[in-house]
Structures are given as structure tokens and as C-alpha cells.
Design a protein around this ligand. Structure first.
Ligand code: HGY
Ligand code: MN
Ligand code: MN
Length: 418
């Protein structure tokens, strides 16, 4: 359980906690001594401890805490009449990529808690319910599908496909979810809960340099680049590294490596495209073993979904040619796909009225707010990241910008609560 020093006073509503104080509470959860940064996969000990921390903080603020059928944690500040319809929802995620930074996700959750404090210290009486939500598996780092929790809630993923997702150790999502209190038979679209959400506003660390270059602490998001993930598996002939002549090899590592370079070249030649291979797994993975198979994962993003599809198709064709030249075979399968998202103009306009100084920026990073956007009005607020780097321990937010973000979120929520 995370310690919760320095936050006891705000439970009386006399003063708001600080974002940096809340983040320091969890700074020791999920640290990764090998990669650096944080590794907090969904339903890991660290992520479960983070959920407990959030629940404790929410209860301290008098919020009613519930976990939904898909594993998201909700903290409700109900209207005096106990109503939950047309709820204004904020929040983010607590899971991380392997070796991630401290802000991607937790900044949005901590800022939402502090924004509740600020609204309470201002004497706000909600005219519509306010909720803080923590969506599970936003990064898709354990089960391979980004924003799994929000995709399940909205019906954006088939529950059977979700139940059968496997983590790198072969555990199914159904088994892991069941071991953590969910009933796998009941995961899937939650019409009732979705129907309660009137708007969703997510605060997130900026994953880029827009605010640095504009010398501004806060931005309002305009859109999210369409993006997807595909798994490529190259199969060759496993063999002994010492007894197999080079001419006799069908080495999938060579085919995979050539394909990775072809992926880079293809994206380089397509304006605004981004293509990444950040994960590659040879099987069996022995130093003195020619691999029999190499699995690697492709992340492709582009503002135009048709271009994303054409880039992937081109990569698939090149992979097949390269595999054939190396005496191997290759398969490509889609693991998750998010089309380009344009946030709700009305909500974005309301935020602009509340935050007139904030520039409007697009983002190449996916978010739960993007998954929700076809179903409810959604918006995002970004906080400056002086390093411009994310999905890395070098991700950073200045203390004063973190507090500004929470205050700005409170202002934005206040403008939507009145
Ligand atoms: O991958 C993304 O864009 C997000 O950080 N999940
Ligand atoms: Mn992320
Ligand atoms: Mn994130």
C-alpha cells in the first residue's frame, strides 16, 4: 500500500493537496531497476498498489468509489440528490509502458484529485455529478491492446477477443481479470455506465515538444493521430550457430532485421507517417541458436487512416518478399487499431473559454479520451513536458506546471459544472 504522507489535511477540505505531493506518494511503486523509470503493467503488484492509493485518496475526499465490470475504478462526487446522470468525468490511467516515465497517466489522475480539492475549497456544489475514473491497461503493455479498459466499456473490442488475449507469460486476460475480482463473463460494453457520461476531460502530460516551442504550460488538444499495432511473425529454420554454414541458413532474425529497416524507410518516405518496432522476440532466443521464429510488433501512425492502411500494406508486401529471399515465411496480424480522433468542438470551445491562453495542439499519442470520443463528448488538456520525451524515464513535468495543470483542470471542470 502506498504511504500517503502529507495528504491528511486536505481531507477536511481546508486546503488542496498538491499534484507533486500526490505523485511523490507513489514514486516508489513499480520502479524498474533494469530499464529505469516505471514498469506498472495492469494487474501487477505495482498497479494494484496504485489502484489502492487512488481509492484511498478518493475516499479521503468523500467520493463514492466503485469498480466497473471491466476493471475501471470510478470515484463519484454526486449531486446533493445523489444523481449520476450527465456526469462530468475526468481522470486517466495508472498503468505504464515498460520503463515508462512517472507522469504518463498518473499526472492526469493526481491532477483530477487535486482539482476536486480545489473545487471543494472553492465551495463548489456540483449541479451535475463529477467522477474521476482510472481506466486499466491504457498502454496495452501486458495484453497487447491499447486502451483495453475503455475499449471494453465502449464495445470497441469484442469481449471474446479480450477474454482470450494473452500476456507474455501466456496468461489469458480472462484468468487474470478473474483473479483480480472481475467476472470475465460480464466484461464488455457497459451501456448503462456509458449513458451516464455527459463529457470526459482528460489531463495528460504532453508527449512532444509543442508547449516547449510555444513557451506555454498548458494546451488544449485538437486531435489524436490514428494509430494501430500489428504483430509480424517470421518463421525460418532453427539450428545450431556453429554447425550451420551461412549458405544453409533460413534465419528469421535476418528477415526480421531487414524488414525493420524497410519499415523505417517506408515511413521516412511517407510524410507525417510514423512507424516503430520497439519489441522483437526471437524464439527460442539462445545466443548460440539460430532462431526458428522471430515475432516483432509494428506501431504505425498517420493523420489519414487510409494512409496508415496503405503503409501497413506496403510493409506487409515488403516483409513477404524479404522473407522469401531468406527462405522464411511471414505472417502479419492486426492487434489494435484506433482511427484518427477529432475532439468534440463544443467541449473544446468551452475549454478555450475557460483557458483562453492555451494553444490548441494535436497529438500522436493515443488516449482513453480518444476511445470514448465516438460515444461521448471528450476533450484533453496537455501539461508541458520540458524534455519533450515520453515512454521513457526522461519524461518530465516542472512542479509549477503540474500545479498549474490541476488548477486549470479545476477551472475547466468548474466551467462545465455551472
Ligand atoms: O501508445 C500511445 O500512444 C499511448 O501512450 N498509449
Ligand atoms: Mn503512454
Ligand atoms: Mn497515457
Amino acid at each position: 500500500m502506498a504511504n500517503t504522507t502529507g495528504n491528511l489535511t486536505q481531507q477536511k477540505g481546508t486546503r488542496a493537496a498538491t499534484v507533486t505531493g500526490l505523485l511523490s506518494d507513489i514514486a516508489n511503486l513499480g520502479t524498474d531497476p533494469v530499464r529505469g523509470g516505471y514498469t506498472r503493467p495492469v494487474y501487477s503488484t505495482a498497479e494494484l498498489d496504485l489502484r489502492e492509493w487512488f481509492i484511498h485518496q478518493a475516499i479521503q475526499r468523500g467520493l463514492a468509489v466503485e469498480t466497473d465490470r471491466n476493471g475501471a475504478t470510478w470515484a463519484w462526487w454526486e449531486t446533493p440528490g445523489g444523481d449520476r446522470a450527465n456526469a462530468l468525468v475526468t481522470g486517466s490511467h495508472l498503468d505504464s509502458v515498460p520503463g515508462g516515465g512517472p507522469f504518463d497517466g498518473p499526472l492526469g489522475v493526481a491532477s483530477a484529485l487535486v482539482a476536486v480539492d480545489i473545487l471543494k475549497t472553492r465551495g463548489t456544489v456540483p449541479t451535475r455529478p463529477l467522477a474521476v475514473v482510472v481506466f486499466p491497461e491504457e498502454e496495452g503493455s501486458r495484453f497487447g491492446v491499447a486502451c483495453l479498459g475503455s475499449r471494453l466499456m465502449t464495445g470497441a473490442i469484442d469481449p471474446d477477443k479480450a477474454r482470450n488475449l494473452r500476456d507474455p507469460d501466456g496468461n489469458t486476460f480472462a484468468d487474470v481479470a478473474k483473479a483480480n475480482g472481475l467476472d470475465p463473463r460480464h466484461i464488455g460494453k457497459d451501456e448503462e455506465l456509458l449513458g451516464l457520461i455527459g463529457a470526459f476531460v482528460e489531463l495528460h502530460v504532453e508527449q512532444g515538444r509543442g508547449l516547449i516551442d510555444l513557451n506555454q504550460p498548458i494546451a488544449i488538444a485538437s486531435s489524436i493521430l490514428g494509430h494501430g499495432r500489428w504483430r509480424l511473425s517470421v518463421t525460418g529454420q532453427g539450428n545450431h550457430a556453429g554447425t550451420t554454414l551461412m549458405a544453409d541458413r533460413h534465419d528469421p532474425m535476418i528477415a526480421a532485421s531487414r524488414t525493420v529497416v524497410a519499415i523505417r524507410d517506408t515511413a521516412r518516405n511517407q510524410p507525417h507517417a510514423r512507424a516503430t518496432v520497439g519489441r522483437l522476440q526471437p524464439v527460442p532466443g539462445g545466443t548460440n541458436v539460430i532462431a526458428s521464429r522471430v515475432d516483432f510488433w509494428l506501431d504505425v501512425r498517420h493523420p489519414d487512416d487510409a494512409v496508415t492502411a496503405s503503409v501497413v500494406e506496403s510493409i506487409h508486401q515488403q516483409a513477404q518478399l524479404i522473407a522469401a529471399e531468406e527462405g522464411c515465411t511471414v505472417t502479419l496480424s492486426e492487434e489494435s487499431l484506433s482511427t484518427t480522433v477529432h475532439f468534440d468542438p463544443g467541449l473544446q470551445g468551452a475549454l478555450q473559454l475557460a483557458l483562453p491562453e492555451a494553444p490548441i495542439l494535436d497529438t500522436g499519442a493515443g488516449h482513453d479520451a480518444g476511445v470514448l470520443s465516438p460515444y461521448v463528448p471528450t476533450a484533453m488538456v496537455f501539461v508541458r513536458n520540458p524534455s519533450g520525451i515520453s515512454h521513457s524515464p526522461e519524461e518530465h513535468v516542472l512542479d509549477e506546471d503540474a500545479e498549474t495543470g490541476a488548477r486549470v483542470l479545476a477551472d475547466a471542470l468548474a466551467s462545465l459544472l455551472s
